[in-house]
Design a protein around this ligand. Sequence first.
Ligand SMILES: NC(=O)c1ccc[n+]([C@@H]2O[C@H](COP(=O)([O-])OP(=O)(O)OC[C@H]3O[C@@H](n4cnc5c(N)ncnc54)[C@H](OP(=O)(O)O)[C@@H]3O)[C@@H](O)[C@H]2O)c1
Length: 273
Amino acid sequence: MKHSLPFHTGLITGASSGIGRAMACELAHRGIQKLILVSRNQEKLDELKSFITKINNIDVRCISLDLSEASSPEILLHTVQSWGWEVDCLVNNAGFAIRTEDEFNHPEKVQQMIQLMATSPLLLSQMFGKLMAEKNHGYILNVSSIVGGFPVSSTLTYAAIKRFMNAFSHALSYEWRPCKVFVTCLQPGATTSSFHQKNNFPVPKKWQKFFRPSEQIAKEGINGLIRKKRNVIPGWEYKILFFITHLIPHSWLFDFHKSCWRDRRDKICKKNS
Ligand SMILES: NC(=O)c1ccc[n+]([C@@H]2O[C@H](COP(=O)([O-])OP(=O)(O)OC[C@H]3O[C@@H](n4cnc5c(N)ncnc54)[C@H](OP(=O)(O)O)[C@@H]3O)[C@@H](O)[C@H]2O)c1
């Protein structure tokens, strides 16, 4: 069942593809009035804007910005304020990942990951959230991941950043609930998007059936946000996994993940090279 929206102006980071794009379309279908789309790829944002404006009569603006740069959160805030727009729904979604073994040779990529997926969402949540809190009205959706809940062998820092996002979102939701600013942490499992291909993570055949469409993740995330849920884990198999991670030793989970995912993935990479 679709719920009507309790907010009118949304800002989505990482809107050019995958989950972020699906969120923009979902919000458009549900009748949001104003949307701000952010990513680095202006062309893709413009294409999405013309697609969305056909769905509904929405005022859409695009901002091409690299959120792995330290100055970007403030630039974003000032740009939106210069239009006189008041964001009451912030979606922190932009992200990428690199493999554990590549991290050691590319410290600059690790730094970009931290800036993009930890520092920027933290600052955006605080800067826009503060304005929302002053009005006693607002919604923040942080896109984390199921891998934030346990140690994984394939993406060391990515998983650690997502763990930080879980903890930050959780604490912030308690902090701001009295000011009627609601914070939801979305923790998807494997999702169909350009993420795995772009980041060079070939998916073992056996695992493809566990992938869920971006559109479904977006829908469940927005439903959870509207219902003011602190945590949303789409899919019954990932809900079970989340539950299990609290019951069994993490060394078992790490070994299981290594043999079932990383070792298979490495085989595919070797075959392809
Ligand atoms: N796919 C999965 O299996 C999965 C599972 C759990 C969680 N997630 C999380 O879901 C979120 C979205 O991922 P996705 O699956 O939709 O992947 P995706 O299709 O690769 O989308 C990633 C988005 O992030 C944007 N982005 C990347 N680097 C950026 C930068 N430096 N500055 C601004 N924007 C940037 C990209 O836009 P540009 O390239 O145009 O800048 C793109 O719009 C991520 O936070 C990811 O960690 C994904």
